[in-house]
Design a protein around this ligand. Structure first.
Ligand code: NAP
Length: 545
């Protein structure tokens, strides 16, 4: 078998399981639960020292979900949804982490979770029809099904800036924030990055830092979140209406319980349009961009109107005209990068202890022992916070040495960009399933909804294989190619490709520029997956025991 040395456990010697799940965030926990309920032997490996995935690692100040709590959660258990009490419109990181720990306890998942263990490789042994999965503790297990639940945004990306090693202060990436926190009180703090993370963290850091310097490369469009406590009455209404809320989340484009309007922003009067934009701004969250008009992310003229509206708000909020000017985004359509939502982001630039440095016009040249030097000069800092994002969609998979038939490495197969069928499987890798993999709606949708859909589809598929005495399922190259073309074509109907975003891998030097998520809508995608299952898995090769 490819890559097995004399010192490593062999397929024959390794303990055998039906399935291995990698990761214990929303996806891994539910996958483990589903397979165990179906009677399979499963182990979930988790690199962290606790469950929670994204919500275990991203503990930075201000970390909060941009989706509303009542639908950013599991739907598979009505008891769970009735007993859990969300405290706010948008849940904070500690609350989501508590929720996921509650799920792990409530469904007694911990006995089959191995924490502090990184999966280093997974090799398919064609003769045995099994995967050999190795971990960083030197152990290995042999399994029939290898399932990745590694997250779309989990491989933290620290930019390669000369001098970082010599920095005399402390630096942290937001996605690897220390569990015991970082004391920023009275410190000179620099934040690099103004994506969703930076925009959440900056207002909170500004409250405790002596001085905060924001290093912005690309201005971003942000809309107020309008977070608020969840009233008992709202809590009751939601719980009474959960069946309908869940039905809608399964059918809509983004997995949200509200649909998209059928109006074009171009066919209404100027007054009507402004009223709708104002209502979106006032209500907060994603309404402005996703539910008021149908074409903001499809038609550049419609998009320009929404972009102008947000730019006018930035000018209104930020008192210093020069700072406001630096914050105005012009280089990409609104929503073509993942739209952030915020609490007092633009207002933060009115504080005396906050300054904004435009590193597009004067790039960061190096990190010195004292701080960050740009083309304009040196900024002295005690702490640098890198809110610089992730090697998205494929980064966490690339860290594992995954090899399929004939020793083919996933990394090599995907060198020119990921290729999958339905975003859940890839040819030459039998019995390997990717939860919210590239080519599925994933990050363009409300993640827990898409995660549940994938987990249920995978569990049903494994059930089908077992009940039909089938040994393996594998995507065909033809189905994979056609799906890839479809994913590309659909992206081309949208404005997404017009931004240099992580959706395209544009944030990682040298990464092939391929639009990875499926932009056709989570509701339609679900139907397609259901049809494939109902028809006996066309596009896949099923082989005997
Ligand atoms: P991101 O969107 O990739 O933003 C990274 C930021 O760092 C960008 O402003 C980028 O500038 C900047 N940057 C990167 N390298 C740089 C360099 N060498 N010099 C200067 N600036 C640099 O990452 P993120 O903010 O962590 O967000 C990633 C995704 O995580 C989000 O889009 C979202 O899907 C998810 N997220 C979700 C939530 C939630 O509430 N659910 C919260 C936070 C994040 P450029 O734009 O110029 O590249």
């Amino acid at each position: 078998m490819a890559g097995t040395s004399a010192h490593e456990p062999s397929q024959e010697a390794a303990p055998t399981l039906d399935a291995v799940v990698v990761g214990t965030g929303f996806a891994g926990l539910y996958m483990l639960h589903r397979l165990r309920t179906a009677g399979l032997s499963v182990r979930a490996f988790e690199a962290g020292d606790g469950v929670g995935g994204t919500w275990h690692w991203n503990r930075y100040p201000g970390a909060r979900c941009d989706s509303e709590s009542y639908y950013y959660c599991y739907s598979f258990s009505s008891e769970l949804e009735q007993e859990w009490e969300w405290t706010c419109r948008y849940p904070e990181q500690p609350e989501i982490l508590r929720y996921l720990n509650h799920v792990a306890d409530r469904f007694d998942l911990r006995p089959d979770i191995q924490l502090d263990t990184t999966v280093t490789s997974a090799h398919y042994d064609e003769a045995a029809g099994r995967w050999l999965v190795r971990t960083d503790d030197g152990a290995a297990v042999s399994c029939t099904y290898f399932i990745t639940a590694v997250g779309c945004l989990s491989a933290a990306q620290v930019p390669d800036i000369p001098g970082l090693d010599g920095f005399a202060g402390r630096w942290h990436h937001t996605g690897r924030w220390p569990q015991d926190g970082v004391d920023l009180a009275g410190k000179r703090v620099g934040v690099v990055g103004t994506g969703s993370t930076g925009i959440q963290a900056i207002p909170v850091i500004a409250e405790s830092a002596a001085h905060l310097t924001v290093f912005q490369r690309t201005p971003n469009f942000s809309v107020p979140a309008r977070n608020a406590p969840m009233s008992p009455q709202r809590q009751r209404e939601i719980k009474e209406n959960y069946p309908e809320i869940r039905r809608r989340t399964r059918e809509t484009f983004g997995g949200f319980p509200y649909g998209v309007s059928d109006r074009s922003a171009l066919e209404v009067s100027e007054q009507e349009r402004q009223e709708e934009f104002e209502a979106g701004w006032r209500d907060g969250g994603h309404r402005l961009l996703f539910s008021g008009f149908r074409d903001l992310i499809l038609d550049k003229d419609a998009n320009d109107l929404a972009a102008d509206f947000v730019r006018s708000k930035i000018r209104e909020i930020v008192r210093d005209p020069a700072t406001a000017e630096k914050l105005l985004p012009f280089d990409h359509p609104i929503g073509a990068k993942r739209p952030p939502i915020d609490t007092d982001y633009y207002e933060t630039y009115n504080r005396d202890n906050v300054s904004l440095v435009d590193v597009r016009s004067s790039p960061i040249e190096e990190i010195t022992p004292r701080g960050i030097r740009t083309a304009d000069g040196e900024y002295e800092l005690d702490v640098i916070v890198f809110a610089t994002g992730f090697d998205a969609m494929t980064g966490a998979l690339d860290k594992i040495d995954i090899r399929g038939r004939d020793g083919l490495r996933l990394r090599d197969k995907w060198a020119a960009g990921p290729a999958t069928y339905l975003g859940v499987a890839t040819s030459s890798f039998p019995n390997m399933f990717l939860i919210t993999g590239p080519g599925s709606p994933s990050v363009l949708s409300n993640m827990p909804v898409s995660i549940e859909q994938h987990v249920e589809w995978i569990a049903d598929c494994i059930g089908y294989l077992r009940s039909h005495d089938l040994g393996a399922i594998e995507a065909t190259t033809q189905a994979e190619q056609e799906w890839g073309e479809h994913v590309n074509r659909v992206a081309g109907y949208t404005l997404f490709p017009l931004a240099d975003s992580w959706y395209l891998g544009a944030n990682i030097p040298g990464k092939p520029r391929v639009f990875t998520p499926y932009a056709g809508g989570a509701g339609k995608y679900r139907k397609r997956c259901d049809e494939v299952a109902a028809q006996g898995y066309p596009g896949f090769t099923l082989t005997g025991a």
